[in-house]
Write a protein that binds this ligand. Structure first.
Ligand code: HEC
Ligand code: HEC
Length: 281
């Protein structure tokens, strides 16, 4: 851990001295089992970025290639876990997801809109909350932990149904307040390294922190399988990891702060294609 942190710090010192190695995202094209998925998009007018690029384009050729074939993509072991969970009876009501949701394909189109306002609950909702509401209220089963393996298996399976569809979260109306809160968090310097998300993912994407090629910190590929920990990683787990790397006290997965940040970060990628479940290092 120490070593990683000092590596990060050194990389950043180098950046501020203007000595960091920069390299544009490559121009490789992603196609999965022969179906093309766009890895860049034109940003909306007035947005903070003048180009939108998926994190896939910043990864090594070897890592990229794992995502071009679902058979090679290690995420699919977990997607299969999700399929088994979808069919499994659990809880006091003796029900499985598939009793009510006949085909998981009915969730096509859901991932790109999340998080979004839940009118009935009167608050911002992420996919994890929809799933847990069904478990608790409709199945009489226990909640799954936000970043737990059952949850990420299920969010991988549900997100996959929207692969290739453009992200399009709403940022106005009832979610406007959360959007502003998320934006504030994104630009606020925190931690012992006194850095904001924007310092790395907006000002310095393309730079190398040693061997790690900094991306725009987009979430269009989540949940993502990381070679580093050999499992599916949720959006909030990734945010937590980045905050720890700058030696900040991270918010909790599922907290209002991380949900607001999820909404804001998702909106920065409005237009990018859903790539879930992706592979990263
Ligand atoms: C007893 C029936 C029932 C069971 C069992 C059930 N659900 Fe649901 N689910 C619903 C209903 C009803 C809704 C609300 C549909 C709506 O508002 O359009 C819903 C909504 C959802 C949504 C939000 C969909 C959207 O478009 O807003 C997700 C995601 C979801 N369920 C996933 C699951 C998963 C995963 C399981 C199993 C862990 C599960 N559900 C079990 C009935 C059920
Ligand atoms: C010190 C620089 C640094 C800061 C500050 C930082 N990150 Fe990161 N982040 C990284 C690195 C390095 C990676 C891995 C390479 C990449 O995808 O950029 C990463 C990856 C990510 C990813 C995964 C992208 C993908 O395509 O898989 C997300 C999302 C992300 N960061 C969000 C955030 C958020 C939100 C914040 C603020 C809370 C933040 N990061 C702060 C360095 C940073």
């Amino acid at each position: 851990m120490k070593k990683l942190l000092s590596t990060v710090a050194c990389g950043l010192v180098a950046m501020s001295l203007g000595q960091a190695a920069f390299a544009d995202a490559d121009d490789h094209k992603l196609s999965v089992d022969g179906v093309a998925i766009s890895t860049d998009a034109k940003p909306m007018e007035g947005g903070p970025l003048d180009e939108l690029i998926s994190g896939w384009r910043f990864r090594s050729k070897e890592t990229q290639s794992l995502q071009t074939d679902d058979f090679d993509n290690p995420s699919f072991v977990f997607v299969e876990d999700g399929e088994a969970l979808f069919a499994a009876v659990d809880g006091s009501e003796g029900k499985s997801c598939s009793n009510c949701h006949e085909d998981v394909a009915e969730f096509a189109g859901l991932r790109p809109t999340l998080p979004r306002w839940n009118e009935a609950k009167g608050k911002l909702y992420s996919m994890e909350q929809y799933i847990n509401d069904c478990r608790v209220d409709r199945m009489g089963a226990d909640k799954w932990k936000w970043t737990g393996s059952n949850m990420t298996a299920m969010t991988s399976l549900i997100s996959l149904q929207s692969r290739g569809m453009p992200i399009s979260v709403a940022t106005d109306g009832p979610v406007a307040e959360a959007y502003e809160q998320g934006k504030e968090i994104f630009y606020t310097r925190v931690g012992q390294l006194d850095m904001a998300c924007a310092n790395c993912h907006e000002d310095n994407y393309g730079a190398y922190i040693r061997a790690d090629h900094l991306s725009q910190g987009q979430i269009n590929g989540f949940p993502t399988y990381r070679l580093k920990n050999a499992k599916m990683n949720s959006i909030h787990a990734r945010f937590k990891g980045c905050m720890k790397n700058i030696r900040a006290e991270p918010y909790k997965p599922g907290s209002a702060e991380f949900q607001a940040l999820e909404l804001y970060v998702a909106s920065r990628g409005n237009g990018l294609s859903v790539e879930s479940p992706s592979v990263r290092n």
